[in-house]
Design a protein around this ligand. Sequence first.
Ligand code: LER
Ligand code: MN
Length: 267
Amino acid sequence: MKSAITISQVPEAAAGPFVLRTPLPEAFATAAAIGFDAVELFLPGPYFASVEQVKSLAAIHGLAIAAVGTGAGWLRHGLSFTDPSEEIREQALHFVLSMIDFGAHFKAPAILGSMQGKNVGPDSMEHLVAALRICAKAAAEHHVPFIYEPLNRYETNLFNRLGDAAKFLEAHDLKNVVLLADLFHMNIEEQDVATALLEAAPHVGHVHFADSNRQAMGFGHTAAAPIIAALRQIGYTGYLSAEILPLPDPETAARQTISSIRSLLES
Ligand code: LER
Ligand code: MN
């Protein structure tokens, strides 16, 4: 398993679970200095940074791009895949497809988190399936998966648990869509986080590595060892990506993440 840390460049996400918020050159340098393998980018859109700039920062600092978030489409523009308006759904799709194309330059899959929206009517599930199918196909053309993230009940009423989302993917034969196991959401929704990971095994494609209070692992009360054991058991070799609050400050949160990952993986 590899380590990653979130970088946000979205002013509207000031209260969000993102660690590094300085301009990209500085944020990449900090991530590398603290010892991360990769960064996960939360950008205002696909045209915020040039492909060349991100490629060069990644090369200079020896960092991979673990994934790219798409939540700015919701935060900044109010777009979602389940909006009752066809026009808004089209714009949402355009935004996410652009992020898939952007991420593909760095072999980074795009994440569908808050842009999934909510179940607001009889057609919502159909809208979600249609959008996931299009995104999964676009991602497949770039040889990357598309990442779907179940969120806790205060953020969506679509899928809150990994197992329900896994059954949904299977029922609709949604290929090339993997699930994001965000340990913060799972701490709220799952009966047992490790068991949920074992049960959703073939679908788990990315991990947001957060403690129970959405701080760095070790700063809350999540028992991380059984979770790492479950991830090992299912053969997960992807990222443990710190999508966490920058508390008590970004550098301390980042350093705590690295030391918790190192001690968990060494034991
Ligand atoms: C996105 O990855 C996520 O976990 C959401 O809770 C962001 O608000
Ligand atoms: Mn998350």
